[in-house]
Design a protein around this ligand. Sequence first.
Ligand SMILES: Cc1cc2nc3c(=O)[nH]c(=O)nc-3n(C[C@H](O)[C@H](O)[C@H](O)COP(=O)(O)OP(=O)(O)OC[C@H]3O[C@@H](n4cnc5c(N)ncnc54)[C@H](O)[C@@H]3O)c2cc1C
Length: 344
Amino acid sequence: MTAVSADVELAGASATVPRAAAHISTLTRRGGGYWMLMHPLGDPDDLDALYRVVFGGPEQATLPRDAPVTPAEVARALVAVHGAETELGRLHWGTRFSDATRQVTDYRHGRILVAGDAAHIHLPVGGQGLNLGVQDAMNLGWKLAAQVRGDAPSDLLDGYHAERHPVAARVLALTRAQSVLMSPPPGADDVRALRDIIVDLARLPDANRYLAGMMSGLDLRYDLDDPDPLVGARMVDLSLQTASGPTTVAALLRSGRGLLLELGSPPMRPGDVRIHPRVDHVIAGVIDSPVGNALGAAPGVDRVLVRPDGYVCWAGAGPAASPESALHRWFGASVPVSASAAAR
Ligand SMILES: Cc1cc2nc3c(=O)[nH]c(=O)nc-3n(C[C@H](O)[C@H](O)[C@H](O)COP(=O)(O)OP(=O)(O)OC[C@H]3O[C@@H](n4cnc5c(N)ncnc54)[C@H](O)[C@@H]3O)c2cc1C
């Protein structure tokens, strides 16, 4: 499948041209063998209002990927979908994209690391590509920094491929499935039947939550060899009260350092654990949580170690639980907690 994405001004608009931003399903229209998603980018009453059009049809199916997008091609698509009154004024830019679905087999080749669309491409259905690439970069950045500084545990950088490759593979599988369901091949009654069943399933709250978690990436849980459901999952953005005032987990993570968060009492005493200088040790009370119980964790969990990319790499319940081995695994050589506190 090959399609065009372009920004245009219109010289005339029929009644079917969308006048306001709305849900994607109401902005999409078919006609003359084309499909077109049309999205007003400004106030449509302005003379030079911009629209983003994304479309595909029989002409795009035959054109090579690198053929320039011409005003005549865009004008034909506009008329086919929105009628002869819909006239192209000006084409600002246009580009082609496709459903090519590929992933590199190894995210690391010695000193070369790949992330984002350099590592994986897919049909942009569901708007997942940018998030996937940003999360690659978040996962890689702190590991690369530790490697460059020389304090990375030996296998930290290789964990980048191990953690991120399966995530993109899953997105690629999801976009492939969405692509078939969105555009069943002509005469594919079996695919249409399957789509009806998926539509019914998506109306069930649990199934809906499952699909939303998958498409947003929020259900992601890295396999960090720990059965605790919190370990490997994204840390929830708690609102916290600390000795230095109110804050949030997201604000604490802006330092780019690890975070050992203690929510219970009694807190770890100096000497109980050894903390790497790249980890902030924060004792806090929870003011508010976006999930039901404070952490969305098993009852009793009151200590978490969060990596700089925002994922939990250790969870403990009670003062006896020690994060020492997790600190060593993720942040390398350690120093006494009292020295770390003094350094701050
Ligand atoms: C039509 C369409 C709609 C999309 N919609 C969404 C959406 O709604 N939500 C979403 O999350 N994602 C969406 N995506 C996907 C998203 O745009 C990409 O996943 C994302 O832009 C990838 O970012 P990137 O930085 O990895 O790569 P790119 O954005 O491709 O950036 C790479 C950059 O490197 C530059 N470059 C290339 N070669 C060289 C070189 N040799 N030297 C120097 N610079 C170079 C390029 O010019 C480019 O600027 C969409 C994609 C398309 C095509």
